[in-house]
Design a protein around this ligand. Structure first.
Ligand SMILES: *Cc1c(COP(=O)(O)O)cnc(C)c1O
Length: 422
């Protein structure tokens, strides 16, 4: 099941959209199919992956971590070294190149925590495309550093004021915009979900991760027992796993957000959680966290990128078939994993990726020393200081914030710097 059968992965997937969105989705499907057979498009993609994203990303032997845990060798795919700090740029660059090939000069995107918005804004800046990012008003307020970064790249950030004013509402707004402007605009969707053909498109552009890992592991003659990735919508995990899904080995392990516990509203475990159900939402059929009336339930995770009620249809299908094993890590385990790999390997995991790191810490000691396990570090943790610092060093962080407020209010430095850039 390396790709969809007409938009379906067994019973999941599909294209459950209003009539106005059918034509743009069908056109996108055809254009994508043609582009992936076009040598000059693939060459252009490869060049920009190398020179702009910084591919290939390294596969690091985590020697100290391996020694401390005393089992299988741990390797880390350093996807966080990609330009903009995470795997999301792989998809954003791919889709923006595709949009350009289709003659579209305007890109829209949805974003929750802002990571996909940042990647899309950067890709548009690089490729000379107009960029509008829809973001729930609540998220705009919570995620100012990412909003500022998007604007720095020249994107327009539109605050969405409908519904719960978060990611789900931003997706609705982006769909509405696309339906109104299909000829000029491409909707750059951020994870391996949504209506067909998005799950196939996002997986293909992210599969560069898995293809590199396959080559890197073969070059080093690793006996790989398992690949481990964190799983929100599923783009980094399916990209990492995809060259292996039709093979029997290695084990493929996807780690969802266990949040603060197993209760409803305490986590974002769509595959293993108590409120996990089949459903249709935002254009596709998959597994969701839903209440008895079929309404999306609130989710919880310390990592913004895993905090979502839906999962990509291909992941749901591969979970059901058993090819991908699903598990979860608690917020506290993710924080411990951040510390463990920072201290012992000099590698700062994003909180999302640290869920995969936490699973590696559990799994490695149970396996023999001649086996290898590979963890996808989907992003680096620099972006998380606003979340990790209040946990690890609350008093110092509060003092810092107070001093910052004072500095900004006193206005002296800022006034001087501002007069220089104006
Ligand atoms: C967004 C994000 C994720 C979760 O998204 P997927 O589509 O499941 O990959 C994971 N890691 C990082 C660093 C992210 O920014």
């Amino acid at each position: 099941m390396a790709h969809s059968n007409n938009g379906f992965f067994n019973q999941f997937g599909g294209k459950y959209v209003a009539e106005v969105l059918r034509r743009p989705l069908d056109e996108l499907e055809v254009a994508f199919g043609e582009a992936m057979k076009d040598e000059s498009f693939l060459k252009e993609l490869e060049t920009i992956q190398r020179d702009y994203i910084g591919r290939e990303t390294p596969l690091l032997f985590a020697e100290t971590a391996t020694e401390l845990l005393g089992g299988a060798q741990i390797y880390i795919k350093l996807e966080g070294l990609a330009n903009t700090g995470a795997h999301k740029i792989n998809n954003a660059i791919g889709q923006c190149l595709l949009a350009k090939r289709m003659g579209k000069k305007r890109i829209i995107a949805e974003t929750g925590a802002g990571q996909h918005g940042v990647a899309t804004a950067a890709a548009c800046a690089k490729l000379g495309l107009d960029c509008t990012v829809y973001m729930g008003e609540v998220d705009v307020r919570r995620q100012q550093p990412n909003v500022a970064t998007m604007e720095m790249y020249g994107a327009k950030v539109k605050a969405v004021t409908s519904g719960s004013r978060t990611l789900k509402d931003a997706v609705n707004e982006a769909m509405r915009d696309w339906a109104a402007n299909p000829d000029t605009t491409h909707y750059c969707l951020g994870s391996a979900l949504g209506p067909a053909p998005f799950p196939d498109i996002v997986r293909e552009f992210q599969s560069v991760i898995g293809k590199e890992v396959k080559r890197q592991a073969a070059e080093r003659k690793l006996d790989v027992a398992a690949l481990i990735a964190c799983c929100g919508g599923g783009s980094n995990s399916i990209g990492f796993f995809s060259p292996f899904v039709d093979e029997e080995k290695p084990r493929l392990i996807a780690v969802e957000a266990g949040g603060v516990g197993p209760g409803v509203g305490e986590n974002a475990s769509r595959m293993t959680g108590n409120a996990s159900r089949d459903g249709i939402m935002q254009g596709y059929k998959s597994r969701f966290l839903l209440d008895d009336d079929g309404q999306a339930l609130p989710t919880r995770s310390i990592s913004a990128g895993l905090d979502y009620c839906g999962i990509g249809p291909q992941l749901a299908a591969l979970g059901k078939s058993g090819r991908i094993e699903f598990t979860s890590a608690l917020d506290s385990e993710a924080l411990e994993a951040v510390k463990f790999f920072a201290r012992n390997e000099g590698v700062l995991f994003a909180l999302e990726s640290a869920h995969a790191g936490a699973e590696a810490i559990k799994l490695a000691p149970t396996l023999p020393k001649d086996k290898a396990i590979i963890v996808n570090m989907s992003g680096r943790g620099d972006k998380d200081v606003f979340i990790t610092c209040p946990v690890f060093r609350k008093d110092e962080w509060l003092a810092f914030l107070h001093a910052e407020i004072e500095r900004i209010e006193s206005d002296k430095d800022i006034h001087d710097a501002k007069s220089m850039v104006e």
